[in-house]
Design a protein around this ligand. Structure first.
Ligand code: B3K
Ligand code: ZN
Length: 893
């Protein structure tokens, strides 16, 4: 007998160029839900109209895992057929009432798309294509309808019934049930639809905005969590005020609701007036959340709120335009956090953190098999394109408009965008056009078509800078040139428009006021590189300068610049741009670490004495914020180092970085002790940038001191850390102390972890940290995998909860030396977990699948082992299209 299994066919590809407007419009939708955990009944009454601009054709409605009971056209039973998952109706009048009755099973919905249950509460998630799992519909963002929704459910078990818009009616029904009717005053695409039903309590806040309108803000959580909602509410109030103050964008709803759930595939969702959030981005108290969590809540609350305009009032025509709303909204949430940070130094810290994410996650994506333009040209599964490229690189593209146009010009562009497109579903071209038209004669307007290559060309551009100083003529000539590497499907690239903010720093004097091409002298100029190579001539350059280029990271590019160690040290100490001061320090450290990795450097002490001395003086400076110092003193990550290499041996990279950490611990021992004592606070907790910066530096210092104790056998610092795990006044300090012991593999780590678990056994978000901490700890002699396998069997582990799966499994694959083992066992573990999760939640599995994106860059034996596991995944007979798309791309590259 012959048992060959046919390899599964590749999923069909959707192409941007195939876009066609819908053949029908749906003007109104009236939904009624009889909510029941195993059989929810959905009656969907629509008013449908043929789109006269399209050729006559049948109506094809999307559905997924629905049980269809009845279809009526104008109240009459009608014939229909099914084409795959689509319901097809033919011979329709130009305008008609369509009534569809279906049922679905929320309890069995493990994908967490559509209508599902989480802790006995109903939630929905519709973006991108989840509405079709609730009812048959034209599930595409350019079909916008007016929604009214009636919810019916058991009154005791589901006392709170919510949907988008305004509550217009509620009451009691027979058999212990009740109902609520909601009407959304704004037309919307179905991906913004939401309902929630369950036992929830709300923190409420009435506000009067700057312009005098009154609104009710509500944050719904499980009743026991109400005391953890204050920061989220504060963040929401700040968001409302900020959008009105900075962009004149007002809250357009009487009531704005946020609801938290512990089972959620991502961070949060901007459903109109009813945002649904992962608890991770709502719940915080000083005892349970770290400074990073507090910041995350502020920016995600801001992000979803800002979508109310950028995403909801003006939405995307099709999913290829996703960055229209996501890139823009990430840019807005970044600006929001920066504006709240107030001081220049705190703003720079936020910028550095954002750029770090871009460079450690997006740059690798842009160089790997999943590389795609900010506006992709094709996809098999749209959920795979909610990427750092669409989000974070998209935000950098929006930032470049602001850099080129100035803050005012950018605000004018945004105002014109809303004037033209409010209530519409539009494209990235429409956004670019509004920016340009609002700023006629600007550099952007002159180069608009070329600027738009940022949307169409993938890959991270390389900018090379070469300078020449003419002392006699007091002239400095800078030559900038650009290239962009090939990416899958794009061999040749055209030049980009690249804004390079530049200053000239004279060692000992600081920034020079220089003139560019004869213009007014200034200490910073925006150079706009549009050609493959271009010269910029600075005059009145009174001393030989060190060029400080790409200040504030003014474009998402890799800058190649041949600076000596001495020049980098000068920038670290003297650059007036804090981003570039940090950058100079990182370049210096990276150069020395890479030298050690590739063999030339000294493994016992990879860092040179002058670099260590510079770090020491940065640490000791009194004019810098602690948060900034902590960033300067943090070594580049292993994954960022790996990206700089052609042939990566992750164990070698790990060994070198760990050696450098030990060297810093040793060489700066007295300084770390000083830093810890100086920055340790015992006062009450506040999440502001100054105090969180102090905690961050104290935590870094403690980690170094405990690390050093491993070598010296000292017991004082581990003792102090252990004490802290017991009596810390807040989670940031407690977590840092526990991590210090765990990361150093100290004997006190176990009692500290046990205590930590006992203290927070009932708090899922803290238990997530407990798992993550152990899975992310440095690998020592291959012990990490066994640790993670044991944790997989822990009674608190549950792969069906996405937060828990991420905290253990993703933390492990994100721990390079633990994951990349010479015996390949980390990859086998990855495949097993991936396939197990794919069987019930393809979206989460597809994220995990990305862990081996960069397998081709690995040295042997990692590369063959990774390749083998990828092939085994690809050969699996029942992969989701989500995972299939990722692994096929990885193998094809
Ligand atoms: N718009 C949602 C993301 C939906 C993801 C669907 N796979 C959250 C956000 O970006 O605000
Ligand atoms: Zn978003």
């Amino acid at each position: 007998m012959f048992h060959a299994r046919d390899a599964q066919a590749s999923p069909p590809v959707i192409r941007r160029e195939d876009y066609a407007p819908p053949a029908y419009w749906i003007d109104t939708v009236d939904l009624s839900f009889d909510l029941d955990p195993t059989k929810t009944r959905v009656l969907n009454r629509m008013r449908v109209r043929r789109n006269a601009e399209q050729p006559p054709q049948p109506l094809r409605l999307d559905g997924d895992e629905l049980n269809l009971a009845r279809v009526l056209v104008n109240g009459q039973g009608t014939s229909f057929k099914m084409d795959g998952d689509q319901l097809v109706l033919d011979g329709l009048p130009d305008e008609f009432d369509l009534e569809i009755f279906t049922t679905c099973n929320p309890e069995k919905n493990t994908k967490l798309m559509g209508l599902y249950l989480s802790q006995d509460t109903f939630f929905t998630q519709c973006e991108a294509e989840g509405f079709r799992r609730i009812t048959y519909f034209l599930d595409r963002p350019d079909v916008m309808a007016s929604f009214s929704v009636t919810l019916r459910a058991d009154r005791k078990r589901f006392p709170v019934l919510l949907s988008n818009g305004n509550l217009v009616e509620q009451g009691v029904l027979e058999d212990g049930r009740h109902f609520a009717k909601w009407v959304d005053p704004h037309r919307k695409p179905c991906y913004l639809f939401a309902i929630v039903a369950g036992c929830l309590a709300a923190r409420e806040q009435r506000i009067v905005t700057e312009s005098g309108s009154e609104h009710l803000l509500q944050i719904y959580v499980r009743p026991g969590d109400l005391d953890k909602t204050e920061h989220a509410m504060q963040s929401l109030m700040h968001s409302v005020a900020w959008d009105e103050a900075r962009f004149g964008l007002k809250l357009d709803l009487e009531r704005f609701m946020v609801v938290a759930t512990s089972d959620f595939n991502m961070g949060a969702m901007e459903n109109k007036g009813l945002n649904i959030f992962n608890t991770k981005y709502v719940l915080a108290s000083p005892a349970t959340a770290t400074d990073v969590d507090f910041d995350g809540i502020e920016s995600v609350i801001g992000h979803e709120y800002f979508h109310n305009w950028t995403g909801n009032r003006v939405t995307c025509r099709d999913w290829f335009q996703l960055s229209l709303k996501e890139g823009l909204t990430v840019f807005r949430d970044q600006e929001f956090s920066m504006d709240l940070a107030r001081t220049a130094s705190a703003r720079a810290v936020k910028r550095i953190e954002d750029v770090r994410v871009l460079r450690t996650v997006q740059f690798p994506e842009d160089a790997g098999p999943m590389a795609h333009p900010v506006r992709p040209d094709q996809y098999a599964e749209i959920n795979n394109f909610y990427t750092v490229t669409v989000y974070e690189k998209g935000a950098e593209v929006v930032r470049m408009y602001q850099t080129l146009l100035g803050r005012e010009g950018f605000a004018k562009g945004l105002a014109l965008y809303f004037e033209r497109h409010d209530g519409q579903a539009v494209t990235c071209d429409d956004f670019a056009q509004a920016m340009s038209d609002a700023n006629p004669g600007s550099t952007l307007a002159l180069h608009l078509d070329q600027f738009k290559r940022w949307y169409s060309q993938a890959g991270t551009p390389r900018v090379t800078a070469v300078g020449q100083y003419d002392a006699e003529g007091q002239r400095y000539t800078l030559t900038l040139s650009q290239t962009c590497p090939a990416t899958p499907g794009q061999a040749e690239k055209q030049p980009f428009v690249i804004p390079v903010i530049a200053g000239l720093v004279a060692p000992g004097q600081g920034d020079l006021a220089v003139s560019l091409h004869g213009g007014e002298p200034a200490t910073a100029h925006t150079l706009v590189l549009t050609e493959p190579s271009q010269q910029f001539v600075f005059e009145r350059v009174t001393a030989e300068p060190v060029p400080s280029l790409l200040r504030g990271f003014s474009a998402p590019v890799v800058l190649n610049q041949d600076l000596s160690d001495a020049e980098l040290l000068a920038l670290l100490a003297q650059d007036s741009d804090p981003f570039n001061a940090w950058e100079a320090g990182q370049r210096l450290l990276m150069r020395q670490l890479l030298a050690a990795v590739t063999g030339a450097g000294d493994l016992a002490a990879p860092l040179q004495a002058d670099a260590v001395a510079a770090l020491r003086s940065t640490l000791r400076r009194s004019d810098l914020d602690a948060a900034f110092k902590a960033l300067v003193l943090t070594l580049p990550t292993e994954s960022y180092l790996a990206e700089q290499l052609a042939d990566v041996d992750p164990q070698r990279v790990h060994a070198v970085r760990e050696a450098a950490r030990r060297q810093l611990a040793r060489d700066l021992a007295a300084d770390w002790a000083w830093a810890f004592d100086e920055h340790e606070d015992n006062g009450s907790y506040r999440p502001d940038p100054v105090s969180s910066g102090r905690r961050s530096l104290a935590g870094l210092a403690l980690g170094m001191l405990v690390e050093l104790a491993r070598e010296t056998g000292d017991s004082v610092w581990p003792g102090k850390a252990y004490q802290r795990t017991k009596d810390a006044g807040n989670m940031t300090d407690r977590y840092a102390a526990t991590a210090a012991l765990v990361n150093a593999g100290h004997a006190l780590a176990q009692p500290a972890l046990t205590r930590f678990h006992d203290l927070f056994a009932d708090d899922a978000l803290v238990i997530d940290k407990w798992f993550a901490l152990q899975a992310a700890a440095p690998d020592r002699g291959g012990d990490a995998l066994g640790r993670v396998e044991a944790l997989l069997r822990h009674p608190d582990f549950n792969a069906r909860n996405p937060n828990r799966a991420r905290s253990l499994i993703f933390s492990f694959t994100g721990n390079p030396a633990a994951f990349h083992r010479t015996d390949g066992a980390g990859y086998t573990f990855w495949r097993e977990q991936l396939l197990a999760i794919d069987a019930f939640n393809p979206q989460v599995a597809a994220r995990l699948a990305r862990a081996l994106d960069r397998w081709k860059k690995l040295a042997e034996p990692y590369r063959s082992a990774a390749h083998g596991e990828l092939q085994k995944v690809a050969a699996h007979p029942s992969l989701s299209k989500d995972v299939r798309e990722i692994v096929e791309k990885a193998l094809a590259a």
